[in-house]
Design a protein around this ligand. Structure first.
Ligand SMILES: [Zn+2]
Length: 266
């Protein structure tokens, strides 16, 4: 099985997607992201001791979480719901920036009316399946001020050494009235952000931050404070508080909240 998996990683993503669609199609759960009905959702996350010890939501293992076809997770469906209900996606024209685009949300966005879609990553070559993606450094974005009505930047900032510069850029390219969905793994143990932006030791990063290429674990309140320091009005959206039935139907994580950044109204 392992060697089959190795071989399939050599295939282009759309081909792998098609193969997974054949393999996992069944009756059970509808994935709203890729539109496949699958037999069940898969478990996802976990693996590092620090994630459990610090109660890292978005990092701890969750069963019944990830679509086996598009790999969209609970957090991806949470962002989809927010974009649809609060950011106007599907109902009005939205200029949207997708940072380090995950395939499930990309597939969903491509099916929505009125989305003017831009994607970017530090290494766009990793995303050949995403139309029109451009390579860019999140701390120096090649976009005009106020260029986007919505920004999706999920599980990126914990990788970025100079996150303050990244927050500032995200605030700069956000349009007045727009919504920045900024999500990372968050420690809920109240012990603050642990970071070492200069650390370049994958084994130590895995032990301390829960993944070999992370440079910090954010405390959620501290993350909101960093958003505010960049000039964003920061709030936490709780899909269960808004509509628990839908949140449960989408298999969202009851512990997860979505930080939303907006420019303060004048
Ligand atoms: Zn899916």
């Amino acid at each position: 099985m392992a060697h089959i998996r190795q071989l399939t990683t050599l295939l282009p993503q759309p081909v792998r997607f098609g193969l997974r669609r054949l393999a996992f199609r069944g009756s059970g759960v509808d994935c709203p992201l890729c539109g496949t009905e699958v037999r069940s959702l898969a478990g996802h996350g976990g693996g590092a001791e620090v994630l459990d010890r610090r109660r890292v939501v978005g990092g701890m293992r969750r069963e019944n979480d990830r679509c086996p076809v598009c790999h969209g997770a609970d957090r991806t469906r949470m962002m989809m719901l927010y974009l649809e209900r609060h950011a106007g996606v599907g109902t009005r024209p939205v200029r949207l920036l997708h940072v380090a685009p995950d395939f499930g949300l990309y597939l969903w966005l491509k099916r929505q009316n009125g989305v003017d879609y831009t994607a970017t990553d530090l290494d766009a070559a990793r995303y050949r399946h995403i139309d029109g993606i451009e390579t860019a450094d999140l701390t120096r974005l090649p976009f005009a001020d106020a260029a986007f009505d919505a920004i999706v930047c999920s599980h990126v900032l914990e990788h970025v050494p100079d996150d303050r510069a990244a927050f500032a850029e995200l605030a700069r390219v956000l349009a007045p009235g727009g919504h920045a969905l900024l999500l990372t793994p968050f420690a809920l143990d109240g012990k603050g952000t642990d970071e070492d932006p200069g650390l370049d030791d994958p084994a130590e990063q895995d032990r301390r931050f829960g993944q070999w290429d992370h440079v910090r674990i954010y405390d959620r309140d501290d993350f909101l404070a960093r958003m505010s320091a960049a000039g964003l009005a920061a709030t936490l959206w709780d899909p269960f508080e808004e509509d628990a039935d839908t949140a449960r139907a989408l298999h969202l994580n009851p512990e997860e909240r979505l930080p939303i950044g907006q420019l303060p109204s004048a």
